[in-house]
Design a binder for this molecule. Structure first.
Ligand SMILES: Nc1ncnc2c1ncn2[C@@H]1O[C@H](COP(=O)(O)OP(=O)(O)OP(=O)(O)O)[C@@H](O)[C@H]1O
Ligand SMILES: [Mg+2]
Length: 294
Protein backbone atom coordinates (compact mmCIF):
# COMPACT_ATOMS: atom_id res chain seq x y z
CA UNK A 1 0.00 0.00 0.00
CA UNK A 2 1.30 3.46 -0.90
CA UNK A 3 1.72 6.22 1.68
CA UNK A 4 0.95 9.88 0.92
CA UNK A 5 4.64 10.43 0.33
CA UNK A 6 4.83 7.64 -2.25
CA UNK A 7 2.05 9.05 -4.40
CA UNK A 8 3.46 10.42 -7.61
CA UNK A 9 0.71 12.00 -9.68
CA UNK A 10 -2.29 11.10 -7.55
CA UNK A 11 -4.71 10.76 -10.44
CA UNK A 12 -6.53 13.99 -9.82
CA UNK A 13 -7.46 13.49 -6.17
CA UNK A 14 -5.15 16.37 -5.12
CA UNK A 15 -4.46 14.59 -1.83
CA UNK A 16 -1.03 16.13 -1.46
CA UNK A 17 -2.28 19.64 -2.27
CA UNK A 18 -5.16 19.23 0.16
CA UNK A 19 -2.81 18.14 2.95
CA UNK A 20 -0.46 21.07 2.22
CA UNK A 21 -3.43 23.46 2.16
CA UNK A 22 -4.65 22.25 5.57
CA UNK A 23 -1.16 22.47 6.97
CA UNK A 24 -0.86 26.09 5.87
CA UNK A 25 -4.26 26.94 7.45
CA UNK A 26 -3.03 25.45 10.71
CA UNK A 27 0.18 27.50 10.47
CA UNK A 28 -1.81 30.70 9.78
CA UNK A 29 -4.16 29.92 12.67
CA UNK A 30 -1.33 29.97 15.19
CA UNK A 31 0.84 32.67 13.61
CA UNK A 32 0.33 35.04 16.58
CA UNK A 33 1.10 32.41 19.22
CA UNK A 34 4.55 32.49 20.79
CA UNK A 35 4.67 28.90 21.95
CA UNK A 36 2.64 25.84 21.12
CA UNK A 37 2.68 23.15 23.77
CA UNK A 38 0.92 19.80 23.46
CA UNK A 39 0.15 17.87 26.62
CA UNK A 40 0.04 14.20 25.69
CA UNK A 41 0.95 10.83 27.07
CA UNK A 42 -0.10 7.85 25.03
CA UNK A 43 -1.81 6.51 28.14
CA UNK A 44 -5.40 7.41 29.00
CA UNK A 45 -6.71 8.76 32.27
CA UNK A 46 -3.35 9.90 33.66
CA UNK A 47 -4.36 13.54 34.11
CA UNK A 48 -3.51 15.24 30.79
CA UNK A 49 -6.64 17.39 30.84
CA UNK A 50 -6.42 18.17 34.56
CA UNK A 51 -2.78 19.21 34.29
CA UNK A 52 -3.36 21.20 31.06
CA UNK A 53 -6.10 23.24 32.73
CA UNK A 54 -4.32 23.84 36.02
CA UNK A 55 -0.94 24.45 34.43
CA UNK A 56 -2.65 27.00 32.19
CA UNK A 57 -4.08 28.57 35.36
CA UNK A 58 -0.64 28.71 36.97
CA UNK A 59 0.84 30.35 33.87
CA UNK A 60 -2.08 32.76 33.63
CA UNK A 61 -1.54 33.77 37.27
CA UNK A 62 1.99 34.75 36.23
CA UNK A 63 0.46 37.15 33.73
CA UNK A 64 0.91 35.08 30.58
CA UNK A 65 -1.73 34.97 27.87
CA UNK A 66 -2.78 31.33 27.64
CA UNK A 67 -5.45 29.41 25.72
CA UNK A 68 -6.41 25.75 25.61
CA UNK A 69 -7.45 23.74 22.58
CA UNK A 70 -9.05 20.49 23.67
CA UNK A 71 -7.98 18.23 20.80
CA UNK A 72 -9.89 15.26 22.19
CA UNK A 73 -12.79 15.93 19.84
CA UNK A 74 -14.82 12.87 20.74
CA UNK A 75 -13.91 12.69 24.43
CA UNK A 76 -13.64 16.34 25.39
CA UNK A 77 -13.05 17.17 29.06
CA UNK A 78 -12.11 20.82 29.06
CA UNK A 79 -15.60 22.31 28.70
CA UNK A 80 -16.77 20.55 31.85
CA UNK A 81 -13.52 20.89 33.80
CA UNK A 82 -13.04 24.56 32.96
CA UNK A 83 -16.76 25.31 33.34
CA UNK A 84 -17.10 26.99 29.93
CA UNK A 85 -19.95 26.85 27.48
CA UNK A 86 -20.75 27.79 23.91
CA UNK A 87 -18.98 29.96 21.41
CA UNK A 88 -20.01 33.46 20.43
CA UNK A 89 -20.49 34.60 16.88
CA UNK A 90 -19.39 38.20 17.01
CA UNK A 91 -21.32 40.42 14.56
CA UNK A 92 -19.02 41.87 11.93
CA UNK A 93 -16.16 39.51 12.74
CA UNK A 94 -15.07 36.63 10.56
CA UNK A 95 -13.94 34.74 13.65
CA UNK A 96 -15.85 33.05 16.46
CA UNK A 97 -15.08 34.22 19.99
CA UNK A 98 -14.03 31.59 22.50
CA UNK A 99 -15.51 31.25 25.96
CA UNK A 100 -13.11 32.10 28.80
CA UNK A 101 -12.61 30.83 32.30
CA UNK A 102 -12.98 33.29 35.19
CA UNK A 103 -9.24 33.86 35.15
CA UNK A 104 -9.24 34.67 31.43
CA UNK A 105 -8.12 31.46 29.72
CA UNK A 106 -9.78 31.03 26.31
CA UNK A 107 -10.91 27.43 25.86
CA UNK A 108 -11.97 25.54 22.76
CA UNK A 109 -13.63 22.25 23.62
CA UNK A 110 -16.06 20.24 21.55
CA UNK A 111 -17.84 19.70 24.88
CA UNK A 112 -19.10 23.28 24.83
CA UNK A 113 -20.62 22.82 21.37
CA UNK A 114 -22.01 19.28 21.43
CA UNK A 115 -24.05 17.84 24.34
CA UNK A 116 -22.49 14.94 26.27
CA UNK A 117 -25.31 12.66 25.12
CA UNK A 118 -24.12 12.97 21.51
CA UNK A 119 -21.03 11.62 19.77
CA UNK A 120 -19.11 13.48 17.11
CA UNK A 121 -19.44 11.56 13.87
CA UNK A 122 -17.06 11.55 10.96
CA UNK A 123 -19.18 9.91 8.34
CA UNK A 124 -17.37 8.00 5.67
CA UNK A 125 -18.58 7.12 2.20
CA UNK A 126 -17.21 3.61 2.71
CA UNK A 127 -17.13 2.32 6.26
CA UNK A 128 -14.08 0.21 5.42
CA UNK A 129 -12.14 3.47 5.08
CA UNK A 130 -13.51 5.05 8.23
CA UNK A 131 -10.19 4.80 10.08
CA UNK A 132 -8.29 6.75 7.44
CA UNK A 133 -11.24 9.08 7.00
CA UNK A 134 -11.36 9.83 10.71
CA UNK A 135 -7.70 10.88 10.87
CA UNK A 136 -8.11 13.07 7.78
CA UNK A 137 -11.25 14.66 9.21
CA UNK A 138 -9.65 15.29 12.60
CA UNK A 139 -6.75 16.97 10.86
CA UNK A 140 -9.14 19.08 8.83
CA UNK A 141 -11.19 19.97 11.91
CA UNK A 142 -8.09 21.05 13.81
CA UNK A 143 -7.21 23.42 10.95
CA UNK A 144 -10.73 24.83 10.94
CA UNK A 145 -10.71 25.39 14.70
CA UNK A 146 -7.40 27.23 14.51
CA UNK A 147 -8.61 29.25 11.57
CA UNK A 148 -12.19 30.06 12.59
CA UNK A 149 -11.86 30.92 16.26
CA UNK A 150 -10.49 34.12 17.68
CA UNK A 151 -7.26 33.04 19.38
CA UNK A 152 -5.63 36.46 19.33
CA UNK A 153 -2.06 37.05 20.40
CA UNK A 154 -0.99 34.42 22.90
CA UNK A 155 2.12 33.50 24.85
CA UNK A 156 1.09 29.88 24.99
CA UNK A 157 -1.47 27.74 23.24
CA UNK A 158 -1.83 24.43 25.03
CA UNK A 159 -3.24 21.39 23.24
CA UNK A 160 -4.94 18.81 25.43
CA UNK A 161 -4.37 15.63 23.42
CA UNK A 162 -6.52 12.50 23.34
CA UNK A 163 -5.18 9.20 24.73
CA UNK A 164 -3.41 6.61 22.56
CA UNK A 165 0.26 6.43 21.59
CA UNK A 166 -0.57 6.20 17.89
CA UNK A 167 -2.79 9.27 18.01
CA UNK A 168 -0.18 11.21 19.98
CA UNK A 169 2.25 10.73 17.11
CA UNK A 170 -0.47 11.54 14.58
CA UNK A 171 -1.18 14.82 16.38
CA UNK A 172 2.54 15.62 16.39
CA UNK A 173 2.35 15.36 12.59
CA UNK A 174 -0.81 17.46 12.43
CA UNK A 175 0.52 20.18 14.68
CA UNK A 176 3.89 20.47 13.00
CA UNK A 177 7.42 20.97 14.31
CA UNK A 178 6.66 24.26 16.14
CA UNK A 179 4.76 22.31 18.77
CA UNK A 180 6.68 21.17 21.83
CA UNK A 181 5.49 18.22 23.89
CA UNK A 182 4.96 17.61 27.58
CA UNK A 183 4.12 14.00 28.40
CA UNK A 184 2.15 12.93 31.44
CA UNK A 185 2.61 9.65 33.26
CA UNK A 186 1.65 8.18 36.61
CA UNK A 187 3.84 6.02 38.88
CA UNK A 188 2.69 2.74 37.38
CA UNK A 189 4.97 0.53 35.32
CA UNK A 190 2.23 0.02 32.74
CA UNK A 191 1.73 3.76 32.25
CA UNK A 192 5.46 4.47 32.21
CA UNK A 193 5.94 1.74 29.60
CA UNK A 194 3.35 3.31 27.29
CA UNK A 195 4.76 6.80 27.79
CA UNK A 196 8.31 5.53 27.15
CA UNK A 197 7.00 4.23 23.83
CA UNK A 198 5.53 7.65 23.03
CA UNK A 199 8.92 9.19 23.85
CA UNK A 200 10.61 6.73 21.46
CA UNK A 201 8.11 7.44 18.69
CA UNK A 202 8.12 11.23 19.11
CA UNK A 203 11.92 11.34 19.31
CA UNK A 204 12.02 10.28 15.67
CA UNK A 205 10.06 13.37 14.63
CA UNK A 206 10.96 17.07 14.62
CA UNK A 207 8.98 18.09 17.73
CA UNK A 208 10.78 19.12 20.90
CA UNK A 209 10.10 16.91 23.90
CA UNK A 210 10.30 19.29 26.84
CA UNK A 211 9.92 16.57 29.44
CA UNK A 212 7.42 14.60 31.43
CA UNK A 213 5.29 15.17 34.51
CA UNK A 214 4.59 12.35 36.91
CA UNK A 215 1.02 12.87 38.09
CA UNK A 216 -0.81 11.15 40.96
CA UNK A 217 2.49 10.55 42.67
CA UNK A 218 1.27 10.04 46.20
CA UNK A 219 -2.05 11.05 47.75
CA UNK A 220 -2.42 14.39 49.46
CA UNK A 221 -4.35 13.89 52.67
CA UNK A 222 -5.79 17.31 53.47
CA UNK A 223 -6.82 16.28 57.00
CA UNK A 224 -3.28 15.31 57.99
CA UNK A 225 -1.54 17.68 55.53
CA UNK A 226 0.77 14.86 54.38
CA UNK A 227 1.50 12.96 51.17
CA UNK A 228 0.73 9.24 51.45
CA UNK A 229 1.73 6.49 49.01
CA UNK A 230 -0.87 5.85 46.31
CA UNK A 231 0.74 3.35 43.96
CA UNK A 232 2.82 0.40 45.11
CA UNK A 233 5.36 1.00 42.35
CA UNK A 234 8.83 1.71 43.70
CA UNK A 235 10.84 1.68 40.48
CA UNK A 236 12.19 5.13 39.63
CA UNK A 237 11.00 6.45 36.28
CA UNK A 238 13.25 5.47 33.40
CA UNK A 239 12.31 8.19 30.95
CA UNK A 240 14.87 9.55 28.59
CA UNK A 241 13.54 13.09 28.81
CA UNK A 242 13.72 15.57 31.72
CA UNK A 243 11.28 15.33 34.62
CA UNK A 244 9.41 18.65 34.82
CA UNK A 245 7.75 17.84 38.12
CA UNK A 246 5.88 15.42 40.31
CA UNK A 247 2.23 16.14 41.19
CA UNK A 248 0.32 14.35 43.96
CA UNK A 249 -3.29 13.22 43.81
CA UNK A 250 -5.49 15.75 45.60
CA UNK A 251 -9.14 14.64 45.98
CA UNK A 252 -10.27 18.25 46.15
CA UNK A 253 -8.72 18.86 42.72
CA UNK A 254 -10.70 15.92 41.29
CA UNK A 255 -13.93 17.30 42.78
CA UNK A 256 -13.33 20.74 41.34
CA UNK A 257 -12.63 19.24 37.90
CA UNK A 258 -15.98 17.46 38.02
CA UNK A 259 -17.77 20.60 39.13
CA UNK A 260 -16.18 22.82 36.48
CA UNK A 261 -14.65 25.09 39.06
CA UNK A 262 -10.90 24.81 38.41
CA UNK A 263 -8.97 25.34 41.61
CA UNK A 264 -7.66 28.88 41.67
CA UNK A 265 -6.32 28.81 45.23
CA UNK A 266 -3.70 26.16 44.65
CA UNK A 267 -0.59 27.99 45.61
CA UNK A 268 -0.51 26.85 49.24
CA UNK A 269 -1.14 23.18 48.47
CA UNK A 270 1.33 20.47 47.35
CA UNK A 271 -0.42 20.36 43.94
CA UNK A 272 -0.07 24.14 43.63
CA UNK A 273 3.62 24.06 44.54
CA UNK A 274 4.20 21.16 42.14
CA UNK A 275 2.45 23.04 39.32
CA UNK A 276 4.53 26.16 40.03
CA UNK A 277 7.62 23.99 39.63
CA UNK A 278 6.34 22.46 36.37
CA UNK A 279 5.41 25.93 35.05
CA UNK A 280 8.88 27.24 35.84
CA UNK A 281 10.58 24.24 34.19
CA UNK A 282 8.34 24.64 31.16
CA UNK A 283 9.13 28.34 30.78
CA UNK A 284 12.84 27.74 31.36
CA UNK A 285 12.92 25.23 28.54
CA UNK A 286 10.73 27.30 26.19
CA UNK A 287 12.02 30.81 26.72
CA UNK A 288 13.76 31.63 30.02
CA UNK A 289 13.35 35.38 29.54
CA UNK A 290 9.62 35.32 28.76
CA UNK A 291 8.03 38.40 30.39
CA UNK A 292 4.38 38.47 31.43
CA UNK A 293 2.41 40.40 28.81
CA UNK A 294 -1.08 40.40 30.46
N1 LIG B 1 -3.41 15.24 40.55
C1 LIG B 1 -4.69 14.91 40.58
N2 LIG B 1 -5.40 14.98 41.73
C2 LIG B 1 -6.70 14.62 41.76
N3 LIG B 1 -7.39 14.15 40.72
C3 LIG B 1 -6.75 14.07 39.56
C4 LIG B 1 -5.38 14.44 39.40
N4 LIG B 1 -5.04 14.25 38.11
C5 LIG B 1 -6.13 13.79 37.50
N5 LIG B 1 -7.16 13.66 38.35
C6 LIG B 1 -8.50 13.12 38.09
O1 LIG B 1 -8.33 11.91 37.38
C7 LIG B 1 -9.30 11.75 36.36
C8 LIG B 1 -8.60 11.59 35.01
O2 LIG B 1 -7.93 12.82 34.72
P1 LIG B 1 -7.94 13.46 33.28
O3 LIG B 1 -9.31 13.41 32.68
O4 LIG B 1 -7.27 14.76 33.39
O5 LIG B 1 -7.01 12.41 32.53
P2 LIG B 1 -6.68 12.36 30.97
O6 LIG B 1 -5.30 11.80 30.86
O7 LIG B 1 -6.93 13.66 30.35
O8 LIG B 1 -7.75 11.30 30.46
P3 LIG B 1 -8.07 10.93 28.92
O9 LIG B 1 -6.99 10.03 28.47
O10 LIG B 1 -9.39 10.26 28.99
O11 LIG B 1 -8.11 12.22 28.15
C9 LIG B 1 -10.18 12.98 36.44
O12 LIG B 1 -11.33 12.64 37.16
C10 LIG B 1 -9.35 14.02 37.19
O13 LIG B 1 -10.13 14.90 37.93
MG1 LIG C 1 -8.20 14.16 28.70
Amino acid sequence: MKSYHDVVGDEGSRVLEQVAEKQSRITEGHAKVRHLVAVGSGKGGVGKSTLTLHLAGTLRARGLRVAILDADFNGPSQARMAGVEGALFVPGSRKVALPRTKNGIAVFSMGSLIPESEALEFESAAQGESHTWRATKEFSLLGEILESFEWGALDLLMFDLPPGAERTVQFADFLGPRTSFVLVTIPSEVARGVVARSVAALSKGPNRLLGYVENMSGYYCRDCDAIKPLFVSVEPPAMEIPCLGIVPFDPELAQHCDRGTPLAELSETPVGRALEHVAQQLLDSLEPTMEPSR
